[in-house]
Design a protein around this ligand. Sequence first.
Ligand code: BGC
Length: 711
Amino acid sequence: MAEMSKDIFLNELLGRMTAADKAGQLNLLAGTMDATGMKNTGDLEAKILSGQCGAVLNVYTPAATRALQELALASPLGIPLIFGYDVIHGHRTIFPIPLALACSWNLELIESCARAAAAEAAADGLHWVYSPMVDISLDPRWGRVAEGAGEDPWLGAKIAAAMVRGYQGADLADLTSVLACVKHFALYGAPMGGRDYNTVDMSRRAMEETYFPPYRAAIDAGAQTVMTSFNEIDGIPASGNRWLLTDLLRVEWGFQGWIVTDYTSISEMINHGTAATDTEAAQQALEAGVDMDMMSEAFLTSLPELLENQQVTMEQVDAAVLRVLATKWDLGLFRDAFARCDDARAAAIFQHPATRQLACEAAREAMVLLKNEGQLLPLDKQGSIAVIGTLADSGRDMLGCWIAAGDEAVAVSGLAGIREIAGAMATVVFATGDDLTEAGRLASEADHVILVLGETWEMYGEAASRTTIRLSSHQRKLAKRVLKSGKPCVLVTLSGRPLELTWEDSKFPAILHAWALGSEGGRALAEIIFGEAAPIGKLTMGFPRSVGQVPMTYREKPTGRPFDAAAKYSSKYLDAGNEALYPFGHGLTYGNCDYGPVTVSSAAMLPGGSVTVSAGITNPNPHPVTETLQLYLRDLVASVSRPVKELRAYQRVTLAAGETRIVSFEITDADLTFPGRDFKPVVEPGDFEAMIGPSSADLRAVRFTRLGDAE
Ligand code: BGC
């Protein structure tokens, strides 16, 4: 009955719309509460009032969205607006940047963070978030790695689905739900040279094996919208690429929602050199399958003319308009366009203590202990502790990039957290480190030093690619000066990307990577430093030894000339190893576990059957230890070359003091499936290697054979 009335309502409405009204519904314009692209909307209010705008980005708060919604309702057809915004890792309460949160490997936690972000966003007048960003990237020069889940497609797919579930909840009309927008479709994380917006040139195999799985998982999880990417694919910009948006996304993957372009990317087809005018670009975009135009205004200005000249059909335009209107119906906008404009609700939800607590938990789990020689960490809360580095005292840098409506005034900096947790028992002194002599003196006078270095928030994110990913030369000088004191020194690193820490690794006994941890970051950081909690994060993107190694991945293919340090003509560098300094999956905790041999339940696996692979793990410490065991697989001989290892499962276990446990993973055909020569999923009989360990570079292996049908 409800569906019936929805169809009748929408078709009746569509029947009353002119070509211009329809173009208006497909036009997404930006307000001025944030600037996220090169072009501004000059006359937003006038366009809304005349029905030339179907959705708005970069406007939030109950008052601001109400004011624009009133204009929309006063427009000739009175169709309400959808409000969208870049809620990337929280809205008011900020969670760790996505790359950091991914390092928790905790899907439930990630889903909860998205759910909490959705509730705050929805209470702030919003219906739509431009998240999750699921672009796989193997290149830390690209600043937007901060916004994704890292290098691994399998884990990236799980995280993408969890975020979609969190944002959209069970029902879009629920006042705590928002539409998710999967971005950037597609391959945006592989620009040449790691330079943002640069050309992507990729094999179909890399697309299928490495880059597509997270987009697809997000769509299978029910994501209602997809954002196109800025790059070209096989010479055709994504926003005008019919193979990508229609043949693949809609037909092959069955995507039912609607497609929005990225900021001005229809017009940018002119710069790409595949359209001469906005009108040509608009035609290409609509034909490719785009439904909504973000900020080019090319649909607005060109669709009526294109219809008139029969260069696009009314069916094409109507299909796009109906998708957008149907979402407005599903959001409940035709019933009550102001349901999300309630100041009292907003005040009750923003920065709620439970959300702040969730942010603290997320921050704790996002940190990765890279090195801890001599168990320098955790520190005792006693004596004198010198905290050094401007980043230690910055709430803003703790929040990270894309902070939506986050407020640095209520963000806990590292220094504030350290003072709160240890200040009553230890003497905490601070220096920015701008003055090297002062920093050296403070370090010499202290019992312990916590040196906080890395990237400021502007050094990563969109349009923030770098050709070097080391600490700055001043930070290196500061590090040398502090180390000269001879005092035990913990290096805490903040960043939005994997850094090149080879020099630091050779000098510092302990390195704790803290990324940008969000509103509660400093508190969580101090809890880890002083042992109130143990670090459990595992890298989801390797840290290279040298930027010259990137792009790089632990999932590399075997070459014809595998690495051999002694053989000149093997695949290697003259001046660095092949592996990451800190590989994918790496992350220490306080007191590590011992691994026993890996065993398999049967040397042969029947078609459609399973084998169980197990590892014994012992906690030799006098306290409980939590470890994330990772299972990797390798298909030894197949019809196409397969990666030397691929993550296929993991389990987080907590072992009591002295406990030994057998941890088991069941392997089925689904885990052995890969895109065959024709890119269709296939399982091939033959030998496989299963590997278990605490990181992708520390594994114990066992073999089994997947039998063929006749065997
Ligand atoms: C970014 C998107 C973002 C959009 C809207 C673009 O520049 O690439 O990720 O969602 O702006 O702010």
